[in-house]
Write a protein that binds this ligand. Structure first.
Ligand SMILES: CC(C)(COP(=O)(O)OP(=O)(O)OC[C@H]1O[C@@H](n2cnc3c(N)ncnc32)[C@H](O)[C@@H]1OP(=O)(O)O)[C@@H](O)C(=O)NCCC(=O)NCCS
Length: 379
């Protein structure tokens, strides 16, 4: 029987993976055995993506070659540029990204000969270009050159967005953020991408499935929703009163709680520390102090803790990233995790097709059209 606990597949082991785990106690998070704390402190997003997609950390030569390859994959085919120009200026950036990456399949289809790891790299490399080509075309009419001097995905994105090389601190914060967002076991979008892959569908379809699933505010969309909340308050006192009202009305406070963590999200302290550093550097503490007060109230009132999305919201805003780009940034990163899972699913595939507990009517007699509505019970 389905109970609240097992509803939403909570605690159901839906398959195996060697890619990441939150550990037996649910307190740590490792990607292919490496702690996210080590990756965030000593690694880069490119090393992380290589690790996830290829199963091992690159050596110096492999990393340099990998960065060159990603830099070469930033170009948008002319037909896709035209398509991006045709999308309305009012589109949500997640619609642009989903449509853009899906359309790339028509220009560069996956074939029997395609190495899925190469395709994963192409999607990783091109996704900031897709979003920002559309953005600048509709903001200023500029058909931007999507090549930059930056050798990192983080730097490339920030440089395309602000059209100047990013400050060192901003590039590092974005890089760490991409590392933290890269992978998270059987989360909803990854599971959805695996379901698509399990039908032997193509790589683009599986990634597009992931993007559509990530967008919802209970998943990746929570970073945008968290910023919408934080941005409402001028000071911690207002924030406390506002959150108390939300909780009184039994509303969800976005950026809190998690399906697999019960005590804390190990990624949150890392991004929180970076949000603090950015506030210090900007000399602007409003978002951080408001966020800390919301955290305090949520712990006190609900025993809930911030997840990765909560302090990502203030960190991104302090780097002048528009709120509607927050979930797309999550996509830039999570493509690496989705790719690893699609490849893993294909390696030992069996169609993912669970069963359902039926709660509908018992078999009913058939009524002809003219006999219905005369006391006849129709389903
Ligand atoms: C992440 C999330 C979907 C997990 O959901 P879940 O595992 O199904 O947990 P539940 O919805 O069963 O939550 C358990 C209880 O905590 C409450 N709760 C969970 N998250 C909450 C939140 N963010 N704000 C307020 N209450 C929350 C639920 O209302 C529920 O209360 P109840 O038992 O009185 O009904 C949920 O915590 C949530 O909606 N968070 C906000 C969205 C978010 O930040 N998503 C990003 C996740 S990384």
């Amino acid at each position: 029987m389905t109970t609240k606990k097992s509803g939403g597949l909570a605690e159901v082991i839906a398959g195996q993976t060697a890619i990441s785990t939150v550990g037996k106690t649910g307190k740590g998070l490792t990607y292919r055995g490496y702690s996210i704390h080590d990756l965030a402190e000593y690694g880069t997003f490119e090393e992380t993506a290589y690790l996830l997609i290829r199963g091992k950390l690159p050596d110096a030569g492999e990393l340099a070659a990998y960065k060159r390859k990603l830099a070469a994959g930033r170009t948008i085919p002319p037909g896709l540029r035209t398509l991006l120009e045709c999308l309305p200026a009012s589109s949500h950036p997640m619609d642009v990204l989903r449509t853009g990456l899906s359309a790339l399949a028509s220009f560069e289809p996956e074939t029997e000969a395609t190495d899925p790891r190469e395709l994963a790299d192409r999607l990783l490399a091109i996704s900031p270009s897709v979003l920002l080509y559309w953005h600048h075309f509709h903001q200023s009419g500029d058909r931007i050159d999507t090549e930059t001097e930056s050798d990192s995905v983080a730097g490339h994105f920030l440089e395309l967005l602000h059209r100047r090389p990013p400050a060192e601190l901003h590039e590092r914060v974005m890089d760490v953020s991409l590392i933290l967002y890269a992978e998270h076991e059987y989360n909803a979008s990854t599971f959805a991408a695996r379901v698509t892959a399990s039908t032997l569908s193509d790589f683009y379809s599986a990634v597009t499935t992931g993007i559509g699933t990530l967008r919802g505010p209970l998943h990746g969309g929570a970073n945008e929703a968290a910023m919408e909340l934080i941005g409402r308050y001028e000071n911690p006192e207002q924030a406390e009163a506002g959150v108390m009202r939300l909780l009184g009305g039994k509303k969800l406070v976005m950026g809190f709680g998690h399906r697999v963590y019960t005590v804390s999200d190990p990624r949150s302290d890392i991004i929180k520390a970076l949000s603090r550093t950015l506030s210090e550097q900007n000399g602007d503490w409003r978002l951080f102090t408001v966020s800390e007060r919301i955290e305090e109230v949520m712990r006190r009132e609900k025993g809930l803790f911030p997840n990765l999305d909560f302090y990502s919201a203030s960190a991104y805003t302090l780097m002048q990233i528009p709120v509607s780009f927050f979930t797309p940034v999550f996509v830039f990163s999570r493509i690496s995790g989705w790719a690893a899972h699609i490849i893993e699913q294909r390696e030992s595939n069996r169609l993912i097709r669970p069963s359902a507990e039926y709660t509908g009517p018992e078999p009913l007699p058939w009524f002809r059209l003219e006999d219905r509505g005369q006391g006849a019970v129709t389903p």
